[in-house]
Design a protein around this ligand. Structure first.
Ligand SMILES: *Cc1c(COP(=O)(O)O)cnc(C)c1O
Length: 367
């Protein structure tokens, strides 16, 4: 049996991509905000109904750049969650800021809004919540808390591209939202990322920060790095965006099939839809809690049959080797995140996953 991976990158046809990049052979303009870059920005703004976007060579550097743009004093605190990819926490620490770990709720695995306020100190400057698996955080209550305490909200929206809440794109909540266009995400530009932001006055600084802090031909204003998206990545994004709605519709079918097989099984908990939210079916997380097999059993059973599921997110960020000696990261402070992280498995999920393969996966889990 051929291997089934947890995901499979979406791609346009070879011909469509070649057509898209043809003009690069005329212009010889390969990076530094060329024609494809401009087109991709315009397409994204139109698709998501947003006003301000910047593109990056990956999502992680978009997070680092927005933190840098705000120029928070070193040692300022950013409230975030440990049930996420390394990038979220690393972006805070690498910016000289201190992450403060808030627990998640056990319904949609996003930040537990009831626990945010008790973590706010006079050093808190921002909240960086994560739209886990494409489930949206409680954006309204987070805004209320942030407004009350004068905090910025920067969403790690890496999982939530094309998700909407009451018709509003996930790009448009908080002060800024980062999307990752990594090959493994619902929507990809090979590697890539975008930052959507509310305050248009940030635009110039963001442009400069991703290009060595260069302000003009003879002026360098910031100690910036290099986080620019190249033309080939932008062209891939332009192509993939044309097909995204079909891709998501196919993912919806995969999700439906899984639900048919696994709904109502004792000890198995599936992700549920959120009210008012149009999902993107980015992942298919299953929590094994009191099931006849543990998460690790199921992972091994699938692996034996050449099916690669993913313990996502495991381990928790606050038990990483690089953080485990920092006392403010302890996993005992985030028991719900620990509970879910020890029991969750994301099953293979991509547009062209066949019904036969879904049945094979479910047969193994249920046997
Ligand atoms: C993928 C991902 C990132 C990082 O995105 P890259 O484009 O790979 O740099 C950040 N946060 C979360 C939650 C992610 O899943």
């Amino acid at each position: 049996m051929p291997q089934i991976n947890v995901t499979r990158s979406s791609m346009p046809t070879y011909e469509e991509y070649c057509e898209e990049i043809k003009e690069l052979w005329d212009s010889h303009w390969l990076t530094n905000m060329g024609a494809k870059h401009k087109q991709f920005e315009a397409d994204l703004l139109a698709y998501l109904g947003s006003d301000n976007v910047k593109l990056y060579c990956n999502g992680h550097l978009a997070l680092e750049n927005i933190l840098e743009a705000y120029a928070f004093p070193k040692g300022s605190e950013v409230i975030t969650t440990p049930f996420t990819f390394a990038s979220t926490t690393h972006s805070i620490v690498r910016s000289g800021l201190t992450p403060v770990m808030c627990d998640i709720n056990d319904v949609d695995y996003t930040i537990d809004v009831d626990k945010i306020e008790e973590l706010i100190t006079d050093k808190t400057v921002a909240i960086m919540p994560v739209h886990v698996y494409g489930n949206l955080c409680d954006v309204e209550r987070i805004k209320t808390i942030a407004d009350k305490h004068g905090l910025k909200i920067i969403y790690d929206a890496a999982h939530a591209f094309a998700v909407t809440y009451n018709g509003v794109s996930s790009a448009n909540f908080g002060d800024a939202s980062m999307f990752s266009f990594h090959a493994t995400k619902v929507f990809n530009s090979i590697e890539g990322g975008a930052l959507f932001f509310r305050d248009p006055e940030l635009a110039v600084r963001l442009d400069e920060l991703k290009n060595f802090g260069i302000h003009g031909p003879e002026t360098v204003s910031w100690v910036g790095g290099n986080a620019k998206m190249n033309e080939f990545a932008a062209a891939m994004g332009v192509c993939n965006l044309r097909h995204l709605d079909e891709e998501i519709a196919k993912r919806a079918k995969v999700s439906e099939h899984y639900h048919k097989r696994l709904d109502g099984v004792e000890g198995i908990r599936l992700n549920t839809l959120q009210e008012g939210v149009k999902p993107n079916y980015a992942y298919f997380p299953v929590v094994f809690d009191g099931y006849k097999y543990t998460r690790d059993d199921v992972f091994e059973m699938l692996k034996t049959e050449n099916i690669v599921a993913r313990k996502y997110f495991y381990p928790l960020v606050n038990s990483f080797d690089c953080y485990k000696d920092c006392d403010f990261y302890g996993t005992e402070k985030t028991p719900v995140a620990k509970h879910i992280s020890d029991r969750v498995l994301t099953l293979p999920m991509y547009a062209d996953l066949s019904s036969e393969d879904i049945d094979r996966i479910c047969d193994i889990i249920l046997r």
